[in-house]
Design a protein around this ligand. Structure first.
Ligand code: GTP
Ligand code: MG
Length: 411
């Protein structure tokens, strides 16, 4: 063994990637991402640090006392070997204060300021050229068959789905590959934490692949490339990698830090690896949201259903959405009459990173619009009135710039 990737080492040693990076920061070792490689000497040092840490934690009271220092202590730079040694040297002192310290920790955690905001599931957008297999890949992950049921096999709208995978809950947004839907796709990238760029191995980079890459880059979301259809005899994954390099996106195995995973939506090959990379990336992003906080969300899509009325898919980003809540979108509001999850089941409430279909909007909201909630109908109307005022002021100002009426307007 000469060099080893950070995430491989993390897995082998059974620690979180984030912890591994903390240790590297503490040692002053430079890296680009978890897929960067590190030298053997560094590996030895890391093992030593973790061993010492393990020894410190073997005395449970000492560990408890360390926990009692609260989130600041956890979030701070890694404690070097020296600090660990000190912790080890004082087990008796730690034991003596363990009980009262633990009580303080409990008190502190019941205060909102000290409460840790919980992790949330990652929202992953699947983008790429038409027919490269985005929907099929999602189908495989969800074990359903959406692509086969689509009119003409083309995704016409942005769909959002929750998937319970071996790596925990992941929320996927499927975007249309057709050029005409560029706007929706651009918005799709904005609600996403991670972008999967699907590239068919028999077709390589196409115009909408480049567009999708540009969207992900503009939205500054981490990108993972899934080279799909590797089951086909004419599949040429190497060509895809070379083509990516031309765009300055250098795959890991060529010495860069772009994660590239060969997959087949048909056979399922590589899909587990893809899920693993998604959860690795999500872990590093340290995604958190407070289900008890103020609600905010984004409209994924809105439509009119002849029977039900206005339906909208909303992604909950912060807080919790409940049936009966008042929602404000742009200059319209509505009261949630009913809500369903992405599997179509009726639900009463939905926390962060949950796509829900909401019944009760008074007008069809546009994709990408922000959704807020209001305490009651009166409050909702007030928010809308203020927004309408702001809009009219802006329109008037724009009018005056175009057709100045007074000297003041010209100035
Ligand atoms: P749009 O929504 O139109 O952009 O297409 P898409 O990217 O969602 O592609 P879709 O999943 O609809 O797949 C397009 C075609 O490729 C279908 O006929 C699929 O059966 C086929 N396909 C998708 N993935 C694979 C794969 O891994 N291997 C093979 N052999 N065929 C695949
Ligand atoms: Mg599709």
């Amino acid at each position: 063994m000469s060099k080893v990737r950070i995430y491989t080492l993390a897995k082998d040693l059974g620690v979180e990637n984030a912890r591994m990076l903390e240790i590297l920061d503490g040692l002053g070792v430079a890296y680009k991402s978890v897929s960067s490689t590190i030298e053997e000497d560094t590996v030895e040092l890391i093992k030593q640090i973790l061993e010492e840490e393990g020894a410190a934690q073997a005395a449970p009271e000492a560990a408890q006392a360390a926990d009692a220092q609260g989130p600041q202590a956890q979030g701070s730079a890694p404690q070097g070997p020296a600090a660990q040694a000190v912790a080890q040297a004082q087990p008796a002192a730690a034991q003596a204060v363990a009980e009262p310290e633990a009580a303080t920790a409990e008190q502190a955690s019941s205060e909102p300021a000290a409460r840790e905001i919980p992790h949330r599931a990652p929202v992953v957008t699947i983008m790429g050229h038409v027919d490269h297999g985005k929907t099929s890949l999602l189908d495989y992950i969800r074990k359903t068959r959406v692509a086969a049921k689509e009119a003409g096999g083309i995704t016409q709208h942005v769909g959002a789905f929750e998937a319970k995978t071996s790596k925990g809950r992941i929320v996927f947004i499927d975007t249309p590959g057709h050029e005409a839907f560029t706007t929706i796709r651009a918005r799709g990238a904005n609600v996403a934490d991670i972008a999967i760029i699907v590239i068919a191995a028999d077709d390589s980079l196409m115009p909408q692949t480049r567009e999708a890459i540009a969207h992900a880059q503009a939205a500054k979301v981490p990108m993972i490339v899934a080279i799909n259809k590797v089951d086909l005899p004419q599949a040429d994954p190497e060509r895809v990698k070379t083509d990516l390099t031309q765009l300055n996106l250098v795959p890991e195995e060529y010495g860069g830090d772009l994660i590239v995973v060969p997959v087949s939506a048909k056979t399922g090959e590589g899909v587990e690896d893809l899920l693993e990379y998604i959860s690795l990336t999500a872990e590093l992003e340290d995604l958190r949201a407070d289900p008890k906080g103020e609600f905010s969300g984004v409209v994924i899509e809105g439509k009119v259903d002849k029977q039900a009325g206005v339906l909208a898919t909303v992604m909950v980003q912060e807080g919790t959405l409940r049936v009966g809540d008042f929602l404000v979108v742009g200059e319209s509001y509505g009261k949630i009459k009913a809500m369903t999850d992405s599997a179509g089941a009726r639900i009463k409430d939905a926390g962060p990173s949950t796509p829900v279909q909401v019944l009760g909007f008074s007008a069809v909201p546009a994709s990408g619009e922000k959704v807020q909630s209001a305490k009651n109908e009166h409050a909702a109307r007030e928010v809308i009135a203020t927004r309408a005022d702001v809009r009219r002021d802006e329109e008037n100002a724009r009018d005056r710039r175009r057709n100045p009426r007074t000297l003041e307007d010209i100035m």
